[in-house]
Design a protein around this ligand. Structure first.
Ligand SMILES: C[C@@H](C(=O)O)C(=O)SCCNC(=O)CCNC(=O)[C@H](O)C(C)(C)COP(=O)(O)OP(=O)(O)OC[C@H]1O[C@@H](n2cnc3c(N)ncnc32)[C@H](O)[C@@H]1OP(=O)(O)O
Length: 288
């Protein structure tokens, strides 16, 4: 009896060590499903990134979080690039963290790993030398709304909905979206959206400066075409000059992001996996 118990205790310790020695990327890569796909059009210098998990409104699994980082790494080195368009497959941009992944990592240490990875990845997306546009279509919720704030522009379909719903899920933003929302819509707007977790339409998003443009897309697929046309009007210059202009804006604004992100992560892990989060994540809430 005793040797069996000791063996199982030893196994438990080895599993724990294995988990804690995994990098954040390897840890997240265990949660499979969906993909994040990059297509670079060398003629126009405009890339398209597709969040691809349409059966779940493009919820982000751990594996997709890792692929998103790879895509950002690729784009950081694209000297001839001018812009990038981020969109979701099949009609929604992204419904946030994949709830299957969320339920599997529901303690502050594991949640902190996801937060560290996504903060870093989205901050690098935010700081790309390329002009970036998120196409906000269908439902853009929770982490999906945070993802959209990592782009320079949000072009929104007239019928789309966006919501920073973390508080309704018993948590706070953990992907750097809180910091970026304050920078975008100011103190009062961010306070209202983050505390209420309410879901907004396109016209209100435009008024708040969250959306930059409202468009009437013919269907789910035409969004990319219309947005690329909108973008081409803005990136007529040489890639080196477009990239330099973007760097000027970044240089003027984002000096203290690391400190702000660390603060946001500390707050996030203080509620992640707590009773309110546990209850919300297992309750099948629909944010409409
Ligand atoms: C990181 C974390 C954070 O806040 O920090 C988060 O992002 S937490 C994630 C925050 N996001 C959410 O809580 C989204 C919850 N979902 C919804 O509110 C709703 O599903 C809508 C997105 C409004 C769509 O409603 P609608 O009635 O059109 O479709 P539906 O509910 O039948 O959804 C179609 C399928 O997608 C799944 N689905 C939708 N959102 C999902 C998500 N985030 N993770 C995993 N699965 C998801 C549904 O369960 C359903 O699967 P089945 O067909 O198998 O039933």
């Amino acid at each position: 009896m005793l040797p069996a118990l000791l063996r199982s205790f030893g196994h438990g310790i080895r599993q724990l060590r294995k988990c804690s020695t995994l990098s954040n990327r390897d840890f997240l890569a265990q949660f499979k499903g969906g993909s994040v796909d990059l297509n670079k059009d060398v003629d126009s210098g405009i890339a398209t990134v597709t969040i691809n998990n349409p059966d779940r409104h493009n919820a982000m699994t751990g594996e997709m979080m890792v692929q998103l980082e790879d895509v950002v790494t690729d784009l950081e080195c694209w000297a001839k690039g001018k812009a990038v368009v981020l969109h979701g497959a099949g009609g929604s941009l992204c419904s946030g963290g994949d709830l299957k992944t969320v339920l599997a990592i529901m303690d502050p240490v594991k949640g902190g790993r996801m937060s560290a990875h996504m903060q870093k990845t989205l901050n690098r997306l935010y700081c790309l030398p390329l002009l970036s546009v998120a196409i906000v279509q269908g439902h853009t919720l929770g982490g999906g709304a945070e993802l959209s704030t990592a782009c320079d522009f949000r072009v929104m379909d007239r019928n789309a909905k966006i919501g920073f719903v973390a508080s309704r899920m018993g948590v706070t933003p953990g992907w750097g979206g809180g910091m970026r929302l304050v920078q975008l819509v100011g103190r009062n707007g961010a306070m209202d959206l983050l505390v209420s977790g309410r879901v907004l339409g396109a016209e209100e998003s435009l008024k708040l400066n969250l959306a930059c443009e409202v468009m009437d897309f013919k269907d789910a697929e035409s969004g990319v075409e219309d947005t690329v046309a909108w973008l081409k009007e803005r990136v007529r210059g040489d890639p080196a000059v477009v990239q330099a202009a973007k760097k000027v804006v970044l240089n003027g604004m984002y000096m203290h992001n690391e400190v702000l992100l660390q603060g946001e992560r500390d707050i996030f892990t203080s509620v992640w996996g707590g009773p309110a989060h546990q209850a919300a994540a297992s309750s099948k809430i629909k944010h409409k």
